[in-house]
Unconditional design. Structure first.
Length: 242
């Protein structure tokens, strides 16, 4: 769930955000429907130069009984500690992993790799992908594949791969990008951006090394139910918990 101004937002290619509801209420619904994990990303925190929403994390921790990760505006070890102390199970680091990669090394040693998720925002450029920061607003010259390898060396526990080319398009996950990253690293990969139908989830599990698939808009819009999706994947021999 992308958060801005305390509300869940959804857009296309990280732009034209529209309101999708209250994050805690939606989190409770998705938890009850069988989601395995929730991800809350404060998409304006880095742009507005502030930290992630500690109050939201506390509210979520009181209401939801499945693991959840939080990110957005995470710049320091103290930021990570505060989010974990507030009840988050994992912390997602995005822009700061690019601008201050040593933060990832220190955080992994301090809190354990299992707590550290790296949010990777790549966009295709010719035959490669470049990393974007600040909620997909600012391009860098950092190669996405090399970046993922570096994050693995530094002790990251998981990669959340958000394809800027596919975000909100409902045209399916970026299979080529996910394949390239999964071939380069041995970390668990959360595929994100582009899911529009059940078949997209099946494809990403069959065709890439992704260990999880994240979706937002199609659940917000009630296009697919979580239980029905899980049953479909189970029926197609995907090892998934129901």
């Amino acid at each position: 769930m992308d958060i801005a101004d305390g509300r869940v937002k959804k857009g296309i290619n990280f732009e034209n955000l529209r309101d999708a509801g209250d994050p805690v209420e939606l989190g409770k619904i998705y938890s009850e429907q069988g989601a395995d994990e929730l991800v809350f990303l404060d998409v304006m925190a880095t742009v507005e130069e502030r930290g992630a929403l500690l109050e939201l994390v506390s509210r979520v921790a009181k209401e939801i009984n499945i693991p959840f990760a939080v990110g957005g505006g995470v710049k320091t070890i103290d930021d990570i500690r505060s989010l974990l102390n507030a009840g988050a199970d994992k912390v997602s680091i995005g822009s700061a992993a690019v601008t201050k990669p040593d933060l990832v090394s220190v955080a992994s040693q301090e809190f354990g790799a299992q707590c550290i998720v790296i949010s990777v925002d790549p966009k295709r450029e010719g035959d490669s992908w470049k990393i974007y920061i600040k909620g997909g607003r600012e391009k860098t010259c950092v190669d996405a594949i090399k970046f993922c390898k570096d994050m693995e060396r530094r002790g990251a526990g998981e990669l959340l791969v958000n394809s800027l080319d596919r975000d909100g398009t409902k045209q399916g996950y970026d299979i080529e990008l996910l394949k390239a990253i999964s071939h380069a690293v041995n970390l668990p990969i959360i595929a994100s951006s582009g899911a529009g139908r059940k078949e997209d989830f099946l494809e990403v599990f069959l065709e890439t090394g992704a260990s999880a698939a994240l979706a937002a808009g199609l659940f917000h819009d009630k296009k697919i139910g979580i239980f029905d999706l899980k049953k479909y994947l189970k029926d197609n021999n995907i090892n998934i918990r129901i």
